[in-house]
Structures are given as C-alpha cells and as structure tokens.
Design a protein around this ligand. Structure first.
Ligand SMILES: CC(C)(COP(=O)(O)OP(=O)(O)OC[C@H]1O[C@@H](n2cnc3c(N)ncnc32)[C@H](O)[C@@H]1OP(=O)(O)O)[C@@H](O)C(=O)NCCC(=O)NCCS
Length: 133
C-alpha cells in the first residue's frame, strides 16, 4: 500500500524544449515528485533526494502527449529507500506508448533538523533485536 505511485500529465507548451518535446528537467522533476510521494508514505514523514543513478532519455515525449511516471519502492534501507522510476510517453491520438527513461532514486527520511531518521521497518528490526531483560 503506497509503495507504487503513478503520476500522469499532459505535456504542455511551457514544458517543452525547442524540439517540441518534454524538457529533460521537467521529466526529472516529475520523477523526483513521484519518488518523494512513495518515500514519504513508506517512511511516514519528510524525505530528501540523496542520489539519482544515471538517466538515459531513450525517446522524446511530444507536446500534447501524456507523460506517465511510475515510482516503486525496490529496497528499503535503515534511513534510505531505493525507488525505481519509469517514464512513458503516450500519443493520446494513437494510444501508442513509448518507454522513455528508467532511473533509481535514493530518498532519505529526515527529521526536523534535516538529519537522517530511521524508517519504521528499521525501527521494528531494532526492537526485535533488543534484549528482553
Ligand atoms: C541526504 C542527507 C540527509 C544524508 O545525510 P548524511 O548525514 O550524509 O547521511 P548518512 O551518511 O548517514 O546516510 C544516510 C543514508 O542515506 C544514504 N545515502 C546518503 N547519501 C547517499 C548517496 N549519495 N547515494 C546513495 N545513498 C546515500 C546512506 O547510504 C544511508 O542509508 P541507510 O541509512 O539506509 O543505510 C544529506 O546529505 C542531505 O541533506 N543532502 C541534501 C539533500 C537535498 O537537499 N536534496 C534535494 C536535491 S538537491
């Protein structure tokens, strides 16, 4: 529950490059947003982006097309989470769907001071390891 999030938008004129396709920074922003929602839900609090692995833009997503971004938790750590993010473009006229990017985001749960905080699952593990006396 909450470990996968999909955001779907239409590519608007203000979001495109000179070739009429989605600007890379806009794509990264949507990917970061989807990853942040998953991470916030999983960690039950605020998160920051610590790392994004290499991102290849394999195909353009044209103005007027739908851009669909899906983020899924693939590996929880102690305070960090690896989240895989896939981006697709869809020509709404033809319904043709094209894979654009895959990336892994590392999101870190933080406290009010911006310091890493334990994920609920790591807190449970620590409790299980505790002494009984
Ligand atoms: C992310 C941040 C909170 C980590 O703080 P830190 O004191 O360096 O934390 P630690 O070294 O204890 O690492 C905490 C966790 O994050 C992971 N981590 C930190 N930096 C990482 C990186 N560059 N790549 C992958 N994992 C990273 C660690 O492996 C660790 O994971 P674990 O607890 O699950 O084992 C800190 O670097 C920060 O605030 N960065 C700026 C974040 C930001 O502003 N992002 C917006 C985009 S610019």
């Amino acid at each position: 529950m909450g470990r996968t999030v999909t955001i779907t938008r239409i590519v608007m004129p203000g979001q495109t490059n000179r070739h009429g396709s989605l600007f890379g920074g806009q794509a990264l922003s949507l990917m970061d947003e989807a990853a942040a929602i998953v991470a916030h839900r999983v960690s039950e609090g605020p998160v920051v982006t610590a790392h994004i692995n290499s991102v290849d833009f394999k195909a353009p997503i044209k103005q007027g097309w739908a851009v669909e971004v899906t983020a899924s938790l693939i590996k929880p750590g102690r305070t960090s989470m690896q989240i895989q993010v896939e981006t697709y473009g869809e020509c709404l006229d033809t319904r043709e769907r094209t894979h654009c990017t895959t990336a892994v985001f590392v999101m870190v749960a933080v406290d009010k001071q911006g310091k890493p905080r334990l994920l609920p699952s790591a807190r449970d593990d620590d409790d299980d390891d505790g002494d009984d006396d």
